[in-house]
Design a protein around this ligand. Structure first.
Ligand code: NAD
Ligand code: MG
Length: 384
């Protein structure tokens, strides 16, 4: 049986690596849906290679270019934001790989769950924004949500076979990003290109900046809460610059399980789409004979205040993580366009958290509204 995968965000860092995994295991997987926001050239190339049931180009101005290029094939072509949800509601696939970046990934993922399709979840923002609603819907529809994020994949792998055994705490490992050990007097002058250089992982622009500010680890704490049904106090972060241990689970008896390997996102992607099986790979192996040391240290919360803001949002709950995420998306894109400085990103997020009204148990509509309000407010700060 070939598992039919719908890759939402196929032209991104996760999406392209997922297609590598699929072509290495063409007997097990097919790519039935491919979507891209603006990179129509790569989308066309992918469609010609994988011959999916359909493709979506987010930017409708590019519809004709894609349509024309695929005229000799029977690939269906759709365009625009709404089409993502329409395609997610189709029956031509078995599992969605949610690999769109940011809030934009939420609606299609919810639609896939509504449609009873399994989810391989890379898009952590989906759970940060509306984790309660997403996980509740998945439970109702008996849909599996398998993490792709390497830390969460590690925890998920540690939990296989543990049944109802209680978790004492989880330890999310953080590489520390490109500015590990740096202080605010250095960070104040940091520019986009420097911040995009991650020591261990090559990733999309947004998550690379989030890794540099440690917001990524904050988002991952919130993601972990919903995936593994944890209390905020059970979620710890340790900086582990080598990125060999991808995260750990400590059980009630004090035993700690870790999942290890070289940093390579293809492994958690492959694990998520093949679950519950493990299938062969030729990814490079970790070599214990090489002289190497694994180190652990506490994150520098005085310098990387985004992690403090995210932890506060995690504890407060309600729409706070949604506000945090929205303001952060606006701030990160402003930083990427050289509109604001590195430390200003934290300022924008903090002000938005103080400004937008707290709602303890938001409806989905209220999450959308909080997202909109936080974006408008964050953008108004940046205009000045
Ligand atoms: P990316 O920027 O490389 O790719 C994003 C993809 O989403 C592209 O295909 C793009 O066309 C599409 N997209 C962007 N904006 C869109 C919009 N408004 N509407 C529809 N589609 C849109 O990002 P990435 O690094 O692949 O990350 C994707 C997701 O996976 C993120 O949520 C990220 O946090 C998560 N993730 C990534 C990595 C990694 O190594 N790259 C690791 C863990 C988690
Ligand atoms: Mg991660």
């Amino acid at each position: 049986m070939v598992k039919r995968i719908a890759i939402f965000g196929s032209t991104g860092s996760i999406g392209t690596q997922a297609l590598d995994v699929i072509s290495a295991h063409a007997d097990k997987f097919s790519a039935e849906v491919l979507t891209a926001q603006s990179n129509h050239e790569l989308l066309i190339q992918q469609a010609l290679k994988f011959n999916p049931n359909c493709v979506v180009i987010g930017d409708d101005k590019k519809y004709h270019l894609v349509k024309e290029a695929l005229a000799s094939t029977d690939v269906k072509v759709f365009a625009g934001e709404k089409a993502l949800e329409e395609v997610a509601a189709m029956d031509c696939y078995d599992m969605m790989l949610a690999a769109i970046v940011g809030f934009a990934g939420l609606k299609p993922t919810l639609q896939a769950i509504e449609n009873g399709k399994a989810i391989a979840l890379a898009n952590k923002e989906t759970l940060v924004v509306a984790g309660d609603i997403v996980m509740q819907k998945a439970l109702e529809k008996r849909v599996a949500v398998i993490p792709v994020d390497s830390e969460h994949s590690a925890i998920f792998q540690c939990l296989v076979g543990e049944g109802r055994n209680k978790i004492e705490q989880i330890i999310l490992t953080a590489s520390g990003g490109p500015f590990l050990g740096r202080k605010p007097n250095y960070l104040v002058n940091v520019k986009r290109d420097h911040a995009l250089q991650h020591p261990n992982w090559a990733m999309g622009a947004k998550i690379s900046i989030d890794s540099a500010t440690l917001m990524n680890k904050g988002l991952e704490m919130i993601e972990a809460k919903w995936l593994f049904n944890l209390k905020p106090d059970q979620i710890k972060v340790m900086v582990h610059p080598q990125s060999i241990i991808h995260s750990m689970v400590q059980f009630e008896d004090g035993s700690v399980k870790a999942q290890m390997g070289l940093p390579d996102m293809k492994l958690p992607i492959q694990y998520a789409i093949a679950f519950p099986q493990r299938i062969p790979s030729d990814f490079p192996r970790y070599d214990f004979k090489k002289p190497n040391t694994l180190t652990f240290e506490e994150p520098d919360l005085r310098t990387f205040r985004n992690l403090v803001l995210a932890t506060e949002a995690l504890h407060k709950g309600g729409n706070m993580p949604c506000i945090l995420n929205a303001a952060n998306e606006v701030a990160v894109y402003a930083f990427l366009r050289n509109r604001i400085g590195f430390l200003d990103m934290t300022e924008v997020v903090e002000q938005a958290l103080n400004k937008v009204a707290f709602i303890e148990k938001p409806s989905l509509q209220q999450y959308y509204e909080s997202d909109g309000e936080a974006r408008t407010f964050a953008a108004s700060l940046i205009q000045m």
